[in-house]
Design a protein around this ligand. Sequence first.
Ligand SMILES: NC(=O)c1ccc[n+]([C@@H]2O[C@H](COP(=O)([O-])OP(=O)(O)OC[C@H]3O[C@@H](n4cnc5c(N)ncnc54)[C@H](O)[C@@H]3O)[C@@H](O)[C@H]2O)c1
Length: 273
Amino acid sequence: MFEQRVALVTGAGGGIGLATCRTLARDGFYVVVTDITLERVKSVADELNDAGMGAMPLQLDVMSHASEIAAVVDGVFAHTGRIDVLVNNAGGSAALLGKITDFCEAEEATWEWVLRLNLGGTMRCVHAVLKYMLPARYGRIINLASIAANGLPSRADYSAAKAGIVGFSKALAMEVGHAGITVNCVSPGLIGRMRPDSSGRLPQECAVRPTDGNWLGHTGVPMDVAETIAFLASEAAAYITGVDILVDGGRMLGPTSQMERQELYHKNAEVPK
Ligand SMILES: NC(=O)c1ccc[n+]([C@@H]2O[C@H](COP(=O)([O-])OP(=O)(O)OC[C@H]3O[C@@H](n4cnc5c(N)ncnc54)[C@H](O)[C@@H]3O)[C@@H](O)[C@H]2O)c1
């Protein structure tokens, strides 16, 4: 059995996934970096291993059958003897298929795909790791939801999937708390890929109008989300379960000013009733 704590991250080749692997490795975890193809995570594992942190790249398609995901997780446990943390990060909307539409125009195949990737993927990975976390009487499960769980037009399927993840996480937190396993969600707002420059300022492309995004006036960066995930994976968060932490720059607080609200009102008034 590894002495080092082991964390498995899905979708680790993307923006938030990669940042999460870096924070968890920094915090002393051996990181199992997984993604839909091995190519997407080889360089992530190389980066962490070259820096003297332990990491293993693995191909794991969260849309595959539960038994196939269980087989991958069984293989990880056979190698490490423990799985302390699962970060269900793989996900995305129909934008990945180039099929963003209002629901009345959506195709069943598209919304089934979005539900299977986000909600189904999370449930299948959780099912596979509980086999090891329950007997160990320890675990940290962190699921990526989204502010879309509150409803986002033209992304009804994605909103349903992310709201489903929040509900699933709360029910699961009740079921497995007795075994020392915590289950929490992190809900990002608009997260860009740009990094702050050397002075800590974000590039102009990250600027957003308050009604587009948030009260801080710029998009978040993957590390903002990754640090929250690292906190939930840490001992500092031992007494936190069943919560959904917003990392959205205040986006869910609503529009900023009377003027912005009026702008929204006039925009909506143009829509034929
Ligand atoms: N970026 C944002 O603004 C934002 C906002 C809210 C929520 N989120 C959520 O955060 C998570 C990460 O988002 P991101 O912006 O880093 O996305 P990203 O597109 O940069 O990365 C997603 C990763 O998931 C992988 N992936 C896709 N399908 C997969 C599958 N079937 N099996 C395994 N891996 C698969 C992709 O290869 C990619 O590496 C997602 O769940 C997303 O819904 C992101």
